[in-house]
Design a protein around this ligand. Sequence first.
Ligand code: SAH
Length: 470
Amino acid sequence: MNHYPLFADLHNRAVLLVGGGHVAERKAEMLLKAGATIYAVSAHWTPRFQRWLNKGVIIHGGDSFSADLLDHVFLVMTATNDKSLNTKVFQAAEAAGKFCNSADNPTQCSFIVPAVIDRSPLQIAVSSGGTAPVLARLWRQKIETLLPQHIGKTAALAGRWRAAVKQKLHGLTERRRFWEHLFNGDFDSHVARGNETAAETILQQQLNQHQPLKQGEVTLVGAGPGDAGLLTLNAIQAMQAADIVLYDALVSLEILEWVRRDADKVCVGKRAGAHKVKQEEINRLLMDYAQQGKRVVRLKGGDPFVFGRGGEECQELAKAGIPFKIVPGITAGLGATAYAGIPLTHRDYAQTALFITGHCRPDGDELHWQTLARGRQTLVIYMGTIKAESISTELITHGRAADTPAAVVSQGTLTEQHVRIGTLRNLAQLAADAPAPALIIIGEVVKLRSELAWFQEHRNTAAAQMIEAA
Ligand code: SAH
């Protein structure tokens, strides 16, 4: 983070503004709106400045800048044509420990002024950290069109009730739930129609009827294979409403960014063979947090019900009588293959696609190799790279042609995605050292990848990092 965003309360606080031209005038206008007491320093004034000075709206701080002017001000802004003067002001402000902004010179700013969408008391500030103010302004315009005009009134009305709600509802979580429920309902639409009395009646009713949650709930959310663009709307809603999120090692940082900022995030990551938190422990945590009345999100890579042990977690929750929901996600077998340009079925090559795990329970449950070795079907093997050699041998022994095309897709859908193409015969070689997580795909459909050239145009990075093994 380049800058720490903050909103300053300038009401009746002294601000030193150096400059009397048009740029300084725009700065003065904003400062006046914010209620600041402006001391302006310049030898020349625009007519508007002059009027402000005459009326005493702005105080004349002198014709020229001197460092002693900094003594009693809260912050400093300099906006003159004279670069050396701006530098002098900035350096003096730094020495005096005052926040200073030099117009159009990011290197001489200890604070920057963002582009603002103003629905006071609700304000949205957009900043490019001084790198591209025009870009920040463009986004301000876009956000402007998205944000309803009445939203400021909604915020102001809520503000008038904040203390009453705080008195009645104890605990941050309770209050957050109350407000979330309120803002998502009819309250806001009444404000939008200008009927604040009806809005307040709803608020009062909901406050009287509010029951603290005794029992929480668990939502199993499929986070997809990695690209955050593959999250569903339901997944984002659940992640935004969560009190606590228990996530797997497979969940990317980009996806975790979508979790509500104040939610607790706990990594219960595990990779095949190296369990970090045992499944029983995860089940217990889910139940404990839900029993404390929390909204728990269990965030899993891909889909929770595809080799994700989501079924087992739900069985335990059901036994304990804890309410739960499932938000399906895009499983790696769909996401990684699509991004790699490999369709799972095709009228000419495969009428069946089987999703298989290469990581069976230690006590055995052998795969049915005769079924798996049949032709005209695509095999998608999860957690299979360690067993690639035996998978290849078993399939060939049971009749699948040794020259059947095969692929290993690593880190599918992420920018690091990396694809190796070969045949069933050299599957072990393809899988050796493939970065995790990796998926094996076996079947004639793999050769379609070379035809699906559009994919390479769309994902240049992935294409560049592709390794084509013979
Ligand atoms: N529930 C997950 C699967 C968990 S099992 C899902 O539906 O996708 C973990 C295995 O999934 C990994 O060993 C790997 O084989 C596969 N996998 C998960 N994410 C992947 C990705 N981004 N690219 C390739 N394979 C992936």
